[in-house]
Design a protein around this ligand. Structure first.
Ligand code: ADE
Length: 262
């Protein structure tokens, strides 16, 4: 996968791209990332990237010309090198569709992506209307710019690319992969400060362990993110478990706040 990022601050990406799974994916050529400074696509002597909003108001607005020119240059570079039919051009903005695991999965299927780091004051509307194909938000809060959201989105996507995670780090079993939260995990020691690992996990009985884990997934999702259960197909046994847990709230809710755990 090739990912092109348009930003005013390319240096912000140096650290995340230099460590861990990101770096491994880049070194193994599973993903290539190209950073483009939007300022390099300006034509005036002051390299102006933003302007005052027409009609007044606070803050500055990203000018359309350098963004259009950067995207067009990237598109012709990509087209000159290979045939590509679909090329998502994504603007990171608090006004975008809420990012989620299914969107990460959807985007991981493309061979190229162009991500544009907007700034919270805004981007000229013609960029939204005539250039970008998608707008993504990483949550209902406003950051100072689209760089951190872009890193979040890239991170979530590249770990889904074949070969990026080792088999022991498979993305198939984790939270949100199946639309539900993950079951609790334990490692050695079996007893830590008097807190024991659940007996079933030490039993070696794989069928029992699988059943326990599935039950934990349901309990945990019901306790923390019940709305996710509505969107998931449960088998009869699982539906009965949800019913049981919801009709006996005490059983279902070892409460989520820390105090009650102590
Ligand atoms: N830019 C500023 N805040 C953002 C957010 N929450 N998501 C995506 N881009 C943003």
């Amino acid at each position: 996968m090739r990912i092109d990022v348009l930003t005013l601050f390319p240096q912000m990406f140096e650290v995340p791209f230099s460590f861990g799974i990101f770096k491994r994916a880049i070194d193994h050529k599973l993903v290539s990332t190209n950073l483009h400074n939007i300022r390099d696509y300006t034509r005036d002597k002051h390299h102006t990237v933003d302007g005052y909003p027409y009609g007044g108001g606070s803050g500055m607005v990203h000018k359309p010309e350098p963004i259009f020119e950067a995207v067009e240059a990237i598109k012709s570079d990509i087209c000159a090198k290979e045939k590509t039919s679909a090329l998502p051009i994504i603007l990171l903005t608090p006004q975008g569709r809420p990012f989620s695991q299914p969107i990460a999965q959807e985007l991981s299927r493309y061979s190229h992506l162009i991500l544009i780091c907007g700034h919270s004051e805004g981007v000229d509307e013609r960029v939204r209307e005539h250039l970008v194909t998608d707008e993504i938000s990483i949550g209902d809060y406003v950051l100072t710019g689209g760089e951190l959201p872009t890193m979040v989105v890239i991170d979530a996507i590249i770990r889904l690319l074949p070969g990026v995670l080792g088999s022991e780090e498979s993305p198939l079993n984790e939270s949100h992969a199946n639309g539900l939260l993950e079951y609790p995990q334990y490692t050695r020691p079996a007893v830590f400060r008097g807190w024991s690992v659940p007996e079933v996990l030490l039993s070696g009985n794989h069928a029992q362990i699988a059943k326990w884990r599935r039950e934990q997934i349901i309990r945990r999702t019901l306790e923390r993110r019940p709305e996710l259960l509505d969107k998931t197909d449960l088998c009869l046994e699982e539906k009965q478990l949800v019913e049981r847990l919801t009709s006996s709230p005490k059983e279902s809710r070892p409460s989520f706040d820390k105090e009650s755990r102590e």
